[in-house]
Design a protein around this ligand. Structure first.
Ligand code: BGC
Length: 729
């Protein structure tokens, strides 16, 4: 008997023994974070009335709850214990957006593996991660949890992280089930306001928003979570088109679907369900197997079955899917399941990995006059800014189980690095990132004057990004800009390090700085990673997984946009500053752009500098005429023309010049991280296929059309080294 048939049989046999209330119990998930277990909860567990719990972080309570379920309920079915292990459990890795900036899915997989080991020891068998919503609006706070704006990049990370959490064998004691969330289109919320409506034509949904989920399903993700938002009028939690037709029937997903937190009940506020009973009916019919936190299933499923509105078959299918995952996870055999013991300290290997991931996620945005790296012989340095010595804010959103005492802050790392060899003048200058108090400005300027260089750690506190934390203004909060401007008067080399959960509009303030490192929220090993980069032990190699806007009014701005009939790069544009007063009516250059800021972003997708220079040459495509269904190769020579060994992310973009539905001006189709010694040249070759150059037409068929394509290879999405190929009939 194959493993799958064996599991099917076990699930079927168990199902046959279950009463209707026990079946419904498996579909109920509730949160419990207190350090006692009330009698009514014990009773529900004994009756088999709960299938899963989340946030049970007190180890003794976690163990006792499992013990009651396994030992004191009639059928002894273990619970699947869930937790939001988003970017680490005890060891906190960089936020997902920062992990995407590494362009190193293998590294992200290792981080997920490490997080799974820690979380499994703490009594969890399920994480609500990875979040794979495509995010093209930095006002949306949850962009921090995403892999950015691009479906190709996000798909690679989604698959790798699923494999990292789940390991090679889901039943291994250190494997946890992953959850592909939020299905679907959650990142397309109008105006970047969390939870807001998404209007997405289905072919766009399929080309842009769904590919990471498909990749997760192909990587055998165990569970999928619905999204809070509606798409085109139908809340995701009641959306049979996406949950049944696409996810199950088309893609063959055979794990189970959980609602987001109270998302079933929220369908009433959406104006889609009349009451909780209606919500239970619509969610189950749509394909939600387990309800998180609200009680529509618990209170109404039995009644709906007795009335014949819901068939027992529909219920049995949902319960079978949940039981199958419980068997696959080996929950019935994890011995004993009731002995949660979280790690007392983070393991050395995890700390090491956290440093590596943080180091590779940092993006060098500006480095005028080679300000960075700073000389290791520096004799005095000013370390400033509200985030220079903050062990909490650098851990980022969704840090639930990490501890501040594990964090090594930038100030500590710089002190460790320089020892007694240099004077370190530390002054935060502002109490927090939001402070507007200018009382420390004068002493800050004085300290800058006494130093050979200034490092300023600015940014956003972790609570300013994440769920429900959208911002309309994306500037550095508080008086940070003003303090940086004041310090710049010292004339000393000024290095800005930005720690934030999203792209910030740092264009103007960057002008005052000589160098800018964008470090996101890097996690436990923030300081050591940054110190290595600042002093040139390693060169920065992160690349932006999302376009940086110049200002909020430019959003949405993303590289894979369409061209319009009036592309701005083809005409000469008059900008607002040079329009004469009382100007005659004229077009000023008819094009898709803004009069005041033009059309270019602050930094393009894929952008990131190094301490060395990489030269791209000899792009080749072979063969350059291919039939759909055939493969081909594209290659380029990359040379490290500088003096320092460094890593580069080589990126490949394609444009379908003409199609029956217009295509984006560029689409990422390949990338590879390479390491080059000074003066070394490497030939980087990509295996491509004509089949990957297609799109969904208005009949929702995936098609590859014959025609001419442009192909670029370079260090960011503005790469100009180009070749062409053709797909022939
Ligand atoms: C979030 C989910 C999360 C869940 C459980 C919800 O508010 O949207 O992403 O997994 O809470 O904590």
């Amino acid at each position: 008997m194959s493993e799958d048939t064996n599991i099917d049989k076990k699930a079927k046999d168990l199902l046959a023994k279950m009463t209707l209330p026990e079946k419904i119990g498996q579909m109920v998930q509730i949160a419990h974070s207190s350090d006692t277990i009330p009698e009514d909860l014990k009773q529900r567990l004994r009756e088999g009335g709960i299938g899963s719990m989340l946030n049970v972080t007190v180890p003794e309570i976690n163990s006792e709850i499992q013990r009651i379920a396994v030992r004191e309920s009639r059928l002894g079915i273990p619970l699947i214990m869930g937790r939001d292990v988003i970017h680490g459990y005890r060891t906190i890795f960089p936020i997902p957006l920062a992990q995407a900036a590494t362009w190193d899915p293998q590294l992200a997989k290792e981080c997920a593996r490490a997080a799974a080991r820690e979380a499994a020891a703490a009594g969890f068998q399920w994480t609500f991660a990875p979040m794979m919503d495509i995010a093209r609006d930095p006002r949306w706070g949850r962009i921090a949890e995403s892999f950015g704006e691009d479906p190709f990049l996000a798909s690679r990370f989604a698959a790798a992280i699923v494999r990292g959490f789940q390991g090679d064998d889901l039943s291994a004691p250190d494997a946890i089930a992953a959850c592909a969330k939020h299905f679907a289109g959650y990142g397309a919320a109008e105006g970047g306001r969390d939870y807001d409506t998404a209007n997405i034509p289905e072919n766009l949904l399929r080309d842009v928003y769904l590919p990471p989920f498909k990749a997760a399903v192909d990587a055998k993700v165990a569970t999928v979570m619905t999204a809070f938002n509606e798409i085109n009028g139908v809340p995701s939690t009641g959306n049979a088109r996406i949950l049944r037709s696409i996810l199950r029937e088309e893609w063959g997903f055979c794990g189970f679907v959980v609602s987001d937190w109270r998302a079933t009940a929220e369908m009433i506020d959406h104006g889609f369900c009349e009451d909780m009973k209606d919500a239970a009916k619509k969610a189950l019919i749509a394909g939600v197997d387990m309800e998180m936190q609200s009680s529509a299933y618990r209170d109404h499923l039995l009644e709906l079955i007795e009335e014949g509105v819901i068939s027992v078959k529909l219920l049995d299918d949902a319960v079978t899917r949940i039981l199958r995952i419980k068997f696959q996870l080996g929950l019935f055999d994890r011995k004993p399941i009731y002995s949660a013991k979280p790690p007392e300290t983070p393991e050395y290997e995890n700390i090491d990995l956290a440093k590596k991931a943080a180091l590779k996620s940092v993006v060098l945005l500006k480095n005028q006059n080679k300000t960075l790296p700073l000389s290791r012989k520096i004799r005095s340095i000013a370390v400033m800014g509200p985030l220079a010595d903050d062990s909490y804010e650098v851990l980022g959103t969704w840090n639930r189980d990490g501890r501040v005492e594990d964090t090594v802050t930038p100030l500590t790392a710089i002190r460790n690095y320089l020892g007694a060899s240099a004077q370190i003048h530390y002054l935060a200058g502002l109490e927090s990132s939001r402070s507007a108090n200018t009382s420390q400005f004068a002493p800050a300027l004085e300290k800058a004057r006494q130093s050979e260089a200034v490092l300023f750690f600015a940014g956003e506190e972790s609570i300013l990004s994440g769920e429900a934390h959208s911002r309309a203004h994306l500037n550095l909060p508080g008086a940070q800009d003003a303090l940086i401007a004041e310090i710049s008067k010292s004339g000393k080399p000024l290095v800005l390090v930005i720690l934030a959960g999203r792209p910030l509009t740092i264009g103007d303030i960057s002008e005052k700085a000589d160098a800018v490192l964008y470090a996101w929220h890097p996690g436990t090993m923030c300081g050591p990673a940054l110190a290595d980069l600042i002093f040139g032990i390693e060169a920065p190699s992160g690349k932006l997984p999302v376009t940086f806007p110049k200002t909020e009014g430019q959003i949405p701005v993303y590289y894979a946009h369409k061209n319009t009939g009036r592309p701005p790069d083809k005409v000469s544009l008059t900008m607002m500053d040079s329009i004469p007063l009382r100007a005659q009516q004229s077009s000023l250059g008819d094009a898709a752009r803004y009069l005041d800021i033009g059309y270019k972003p602050l930094y393009p997708f894929g952008y990131g500098l190094s301490y060395t220079t990489f030269i791209y040459a000899n792009i080749r495509i072979s063969p350059d005429k291919i039939r759909s269904g055939e493969g081909f190769k594209a290659s380029v020579e990359v040379t490290n023309a500088g003096e320092m060994e460094a890593e580069e992310v080589v990126q490949l973009y394609v444009r379908d010049r003409t199609a029956s539905l217009t295509r984006p001006v560029k689409e990422l189709k390949g990338f590879e991280r390479i390491r080059l010694k000074p003066k070394e040249t490497k030939n980087v070759s990509f295996d491509l296929s004509a089949g990957a150059m297609g799109f969904h037409n208005s009949a929702m068929e995936y098609i590859v059309e014959p025609g001419k394509f442009d192909l670029w290879i370079g260090g960011d999405s503005h790469a100009d080294l180009m070749a062409e190929f053709q797909i022939i009939e």
